[in-house]
Write a protein that binds this ligand. Structure first.
Ligand SMILES: N[C@@H](CCC(=O)N[C@@H](CS)C(=O)NCC(=O)O)C(=O)O
Length: 202
C-alpha cells in the first residue's frame, strides 16, 4: 500500500505513526495536493492528504478512516480498543480533540498567510482560543498518566503528539509547555519513540 502525504500535515503524521507503530509495510509518497500533477487529486475526490492507496487501488480517506482500517490489519499493538465501548469512545474522543486542535491550527495558519488587510482577526482569535481550551482539557485529562488512555499506547497518543508537533511548527510562539508541564513531560517521552523520530525524518 501507498500513503500519500506531506511532512508538515498533522493528519498525515497521525496515520504514518499508526502504520509505523504497527509495523505495516507501506510506501510513503510525498504528494502535495496543490502541486500540478499531484496523484492525490486523481485518487481522492476531496483532493486531500492523507490518502492510502491499497494494493487493489482502493483509495482510503480521511485520516480517521485510515487509522481505523490500519488498526484492524494486525494486533500488535491494538491502537483502538475493540471490545469495550467506553474505552473505544475515550480513545476516539482524544482523536477528535487532537484533530480539532489540528483543524483550528490549520485555519489560523491559512488566515495568517493572507495579506494583513485580508485577515479576519475574529477567526484567528476564535480558533486560537479553541486551541487554548483544548490544550487545557488535554492536560487535565492526561494528568500524570504515562499514556492518554489505559496502560498502553493508543491512537489517542499518536493523534495528540501529531497535533502538538504541528503547533510547534506553526505556532512556535505558543508556550504550551509552560502552561502544561505534564503535557510537556509526556511529549518528551513520546517523542523518543522510533515512530515519532522516523516521522520527522520525512
Ligand atoms: N479531516 C481530514 C483533513 C485532511 C486535510 O485537511 N488535509 C489537508 C492538508 S493538512 C489537505 O489535504 N488540504 C488540501 C489542500 O491543501 O489543498 C483528515 O483527517 O484526513
Amino acid at each position: 500500500m501507498k500513503l500519500l502525504g506531506t511532512n508538515t500535515s498533522p493528519y498525515v503524521r497521525k496515520v504514518r505513526l499508526v502504520l509505523l507503530e504497527k509495523n505495516i509495510p507501506h510506501e510513503y509518497v510525498v504528494d502535495p495536493p496543490r502541486e500540478p500533477g499531484s496523484l492525490v487529486a486523481r485518487v481522492n475526490p476531496l483532493g486531500r492528504i492523507p490518502a492510502l492507496i491499497l494494493d487493489d487501488e482502493t483509495c482510503v480517506f480521511d485520516s480517521t478512516v485510515i487509522a481505523e482500517y490500519a488498526d484492524t490489519l494486525n494486533d500488535h499493538p491494538t491502537l483502538i480498543p475493540r471490545s469495550n465501548a467506553l474505552e473505544l469512545m475515550r480513545v476516539k474522543r482524544w482523536e477528535a480533540l487532537a484533530d480539532g486542535i489540528m483543524d483550528s491550527a490549520v485555519v489560523v495558519r491559512t488566515e495568517s498567510v493572507r495579506p494583513t488587510k485580508n485577515q479576519d482577526a475574529d477567526i484567528i482569535i476564535r480558533h486560537n482560543d479553541a486551541i487554548t481550551r483544548a490544550l487545557a482539557y488535554a492536560a487535565e485529562l492526561l494528568g500524570t498518566r504515562e499514556w492518554c488512555e489505559g496502560e498502553f499506547i493508543t491512537l489517542a497518543d499518536l493523534a495528540l503528539v501529531s497535533a502538538l508537533i504541528y503547533l510547534d511548527l506553526r505556532q512556535g510562539e505558543r508556550d504550551w509547555r509552560s502552561a502544561h508541564p505534564n503535557l510537556a513531560a509526556w511529549f518528551v517521552r513520546i517523542s523518543e519513540r522510533p515512530s515519532v523520530r522516523a516521522s520527522h525524518a520525512g
